[in-house]
Design a protein around this ligand. Sequence first.
Ligand code: SF4
Length: 383
Amino acid sequence: MTFEPVRAGVYVHVPFCLRKCLYCDFVSYPALPDEMDAYFTALIREIEIVAAELSNVPVTSVYLGGGTPSVLPIATLCSIVGHIGSAFHLEPHAEISVEINPGTLQETDLEAMVAAGINRLSIGMQSLDDGLLKRLGRVHTAQEAVKCMRAARAAGFANINIDLMFGLPGQSMNHFRQTLDCAIELAPDHISCYSLIVEPTTPLAKQLEEERLSLPDEETELAMYEWAMARLHDAGYNHYEISSWARPGYRCRHNELYWRNGWYRGLGPAAHSHWDGQRWANEPTVEAYCQAIDRGVLPVAERFPLSADDEMDETMFMGLRLLEGVSEETFRARFGRGLKATYGREIERLVRLGLVEYDHGVRLTRKGLFIANQVFAAFLRSP
Ligand code: SF4
């Protein structure tokens, strides 16, 4: 059955960074002026092509991520947002988020972003410990991160997220407590707190393999997560997704669209899309991306058709990340069949194990939260 999206999102991938962080396996390249110019020209063309296709679809959220969008010249960044605003049918009060890294922007740049209509900022702070930031290969210091947050508020941003990480090499419980206490003092509206995933091809993986660094043990990492849950709850943040906490009214609408398995279009190299029964990925290199746009075609590298079963499984896989889970009502409205009819045996098994609870829908229990990936996997029926 066709699912008519009530809301659609637009994601723009900005694949440039000042320098590669040691743990990162995202698609990003050195921020060279010629490359960024070529990217900008191609991106504007892609915006026009995709917007023409989506002319009647209301867009509720736009997210510029990366990479580091804030390494683009500020006029370029604001111009991208301007083009999106005039090409797509943005809903009034659409959420327009941009990821930035401390140390890459001036105060006047932040003011220009507010004037361009950007209304949500996501600051890649990661830690407020200089030793750990250095170990991760981040380009900024703790002081620059704090300064960036204050400057963003002063420039007029009323909706700010801070990204933090835990389970870092050499990080103690005390380090993490200090970072989180400090971050809370800065009073962001949203905090994303991720445990470090060591991707096999990164320099960090090599350093760990060679035993030049070590990670906190599993127990400590779990204690960090539990402590974050308690501390953020006490500070008035609502834990609404495995790694996300928000003050009332400040959930990230764009990410919620992903977690509800909604439809979105991804623009820029390596961006992914989910639209009308398909997922696809754009060409990963700036060169191949620009060449496709020059030929007047969409820069799609890989396309995957989704069956109704795939869509159902992905709805569970993504939706269970939300602490409210997946409701019977929305699942039935979308797929014409109930959760119990589709996943009855799995749900019963997971309820018996104490990993999910069922009450007009399925949601993770506290125990399930700690081994969420295993729970999600139970809902994937295709290999
Ligand atoms: S800033 Fe982000 S995208 Fe860029 S290298 Fe670091 S982690 Fe990767």
